[in-house]
Design a binder for this molecule. Structure first.
Ligand code: FAD
Length: 288
């Protein structure tokens, strides 16, 4: 049993842990991988970095920092979360974890689509981060591949910048309320077009769509699934959070990319700090 369970040991989770650890709380961080930083080849827009730093290196430094302060770290994937009346219980593929407070910092769910040549065209028309890359598609025709809240988020980043935004659901039904200026095409996809640079996509019915960019936004923010399982309230598809990033379930917080805000390290670290401090306050006030 820990005081604080943090799901995700990326920038948001580690940042939250630093505050909780320094206030003397027992902290358990559970993560399944290195999250978004693994894909960020170089970070150069974060405070204090004199030279660009590989995302994977920034991730490793953060983990070491939390460990040095006494954080317990477990590699596991959480699949369920609930409050049993006394503690939060997180069930993972490898174990079960209990804590008096829980911070979800699972990042955005970005899954690769098994379409041929998708990896090859990454950085050449295929992107996994609208806020990082939308600027390069000013006035151009782009599509978002996905059907849920994450795809909606990526569309929202693109609609005011790109010339046109199409949602390609690849046979799935949309599960979020997409704005009218996003064209929805539900036909299953067959392949991407373009030799060295994406030029479009072809559907199973052989029809083609011209594209300058394709933003992959498959799956859903897993923290939102966990928040739903734990009984947190949602408004318009977003989990309701107070100023301390606490959900409507007392003691359950969310921070970082998973809150659906600006997908940047600086923001994740800031939200983690606020959630960490709020969790300390919550535990002090509810300690019996
Ligand atoms: C290609 C790319 C380039 C980027 N470039 C920049 C940049 O230049 N500058 C910048 O500031 N930001 C950049 N970003 C964004 C930045 O990486 C993220 O904003 C930041 O990493 C978010 O931190 P986080 O802690 O919220 O989530 P993440 O870093 O994604 O960490 C999430 C953590 O949650 C864990 N997790 C998820 N689900 C579960 C589960 N079910 N059970 C257990 N653990 C789970 C993961 O394993 C991981 O440890 C980029 C992102 C990408 C993809």
């Amino acid at each position: 049993m820990s005081d604080v369970l943090i799901i995700g040991y990326g920038p948001a989770g580690v940042s939250a842990s630093l505050y909780a650890l320094r206030s003397g709380l027992e902290v358990l961080l559970v993560g399944k991988d290195s999250g978004a930083l693994e894909k960020a080849h170089m970070i150069e827009n974060y405070y204090g970095l004199e030279k660009p730093l590989a995302g994977s290196e920034l991730f490793a430094v953060g983990k070491r920092q939390a460990e040095a302060l006494g954080a317990k770290m477990v590699d596991d994937e959480i699949t369920d979360l609930f409050f049993d009346g006394n503690f939060f219980v997180a069930k993972g593929l490898a174990g079960e974890y209990r804590a008096r407070a829980c911070i979800m910092a699972t990042g955005s769910a970005r899954k690769k689509q098994p379409l041929p040549r998708m990896a090859e065209l990454e950085g050449h028309g295929v992107s996994y981060c609208a806020i990082c890359d939308a600027f390069f598609y000013r006035g151009k025709d782009v599509a978002v591949l996905g059907a849920g809240e994450y795809a909606l988020h990526e569309c929202s980043e693109l609609v005011n910048v790109a010339g046109s935004v199409t949602l390609l659901t690849n046979g799935a039904e949309p599960t979020a309320a997409f704005p009218e200026n996003v064209k929805i095409d539900k036909r299953p996809l067959k392949a991407l077009l373009g030799e060295t640079q994406l030029t479009g996509a072809v559907f199973m019915d052989e029809a083609e769509v011209k594209l300058d960019g394709l933003f992959v936004a498959l799956g859903s923010a897993s923290a939102m699934d966990l928040a739903r399982k734990a009984g947190a309230a949602f408004d318009n598809g977003s989990v309701v959070l107070d100023k301390g990033f606490m959900t409507t379930v007392p003691g359950l917080f969310a921070a970082g990319d998973c809150t659906g805000g600006t997908l940047q390290v600086a923001v994740a670290v800031g939200e983690g700090a606020i959630a960490g401090l709020a969790a300390i306050k919550y535990l002090r006030e509810t300690r019996t």
